[in-house]
Design a binder for this molecule. Structure first.
Ligand code: 13P
Length: 288
């Protein structure tokens, strides 16, 4: 199976009361680790690509070609969506042309009328190309790829307005932030999530900033309509810790331990372990 849009897997997840993980990818090792884990656990999966990561990998065309070829070579049969994360208008256009299967337009920093106007145009373009589209209301806090959000709570009215444009899933800020949560974080606002869910007629909701959210909060969020959870920083932290351990133990100096295939192996395994843990928590195992 080639890439699929994310709509169907998320509608199924919402109905089945579980969530599909979006794991952000940065390079070949990341992509391979996420795909192999999804296949091993028979779980649907969304590969997230930020604008910065796309640029790092030399462009969205490279990313799409790599993912498609890798799926074929690794014989991946679970549903996989390739999704632009926090896209600009231009980034969305590029990913549509490059052969992604899903986009997120992050118009949360525009005034709501402008967000509506741009989202409308991109809904049309995405659907004409058989792709799914996520939109955002109420910015997610923290810093990701240089984009700093204040972490506002989305207004249910604005969520309803954006949802009515025909988007496939909605990211709504409920106190979640990207990166590691500060010790004085107040937690997710479930009252706000309940109101947003009620105002948006059952559309699958997206929880950004999946790193470090306590397990009970993840379960409650899923019970209230969250069907997609984004995880990025946690894979980066586990990759870095495993790589550090390998080097600090001097393994890169023993034999041919400096061979990149050996040097990057513990980090790649650590990503697999993190992805597995998240898929088990989100309930997507066996749902492919
Ligand atoms: P974390 O880096 O906090 O896991 O957030 C990921 C995310 O929301 C990507 O959009």
């Amino acid at each position: 199976m080639g890439l699929v849009a994310a709509k169907e897997m998320l509608v199924k997840a919402k109905e089945g009361k579980y969530a599909v993980g979006q794991f952000n990818i940065n390079n070949l090792e990341w992509t391979k680790s996420v795909l192999l884990t999804a296949q091993e656990l028979s779980s649907p999966v969304i590969l997230g690509v930020s604008e910065g990561a796309g640029k790092y990998m030399t462009g969205f065309k490279t990313v799409a070609a790599m993912v498609k070829a890798m799926m074929e070579e690794l014989k991946i049969t679970v549903p996989v969506a390739l999704h632009l994360d926090h896209g600009t208008y231009e980034g969305c256009e590029k990913c549509i042309a490059a052969g992604f299967s899903s986009i997120m337009f992050d118009g949360s920093h525009y005034p709501i009328d402008e967000n509506v106007e741009k989202t409308t145009a991109l809904v049309k373009a995405a659907h004409e190309n058989g792709m799914s589209i996520e939109a955002e209301v109420g910015s997610i806090g923290g810093e990701e790829d240089g984009v700093v959000g204040m972490g506002e709570i989305a207004s249910p009215d604005e969520c309803a307005r954006i949802t009515a444009l025909g988007i496939d899933f909605l990211a709504a800020g409920i106190g979640n932030i990207h990166g590691v949560y500060p010790s004085n974080w107040k937690g997710l606002d479930f009252d706000a999530l309940g109101k947003i869910a009620a105002a948006t007629g059952g559309i699958p909701l997206v929880l950004h900033g999946g790193t470090g959210i306590p397990e009970d909060m993840i379960r409650t969020a899923i019970s209230l309509g969250v069907a997609k959870i984004n995880v990025n920083t946690e894979c980066q932290l586990s990759f870095a810790a495993a790589t550090r351990k390998y080097i600090e133990e001097g393994k890169d100096k023993a034999g041919k331990g400096f061979d990149p295939r050996k040097l990057l192996a513990p980090g790649a395994q650590a990503i697999r372990d993190t992805v597995k843990e998240k898929m088990e928590l989100f309930g997507s195992v066996g749902k492919a």
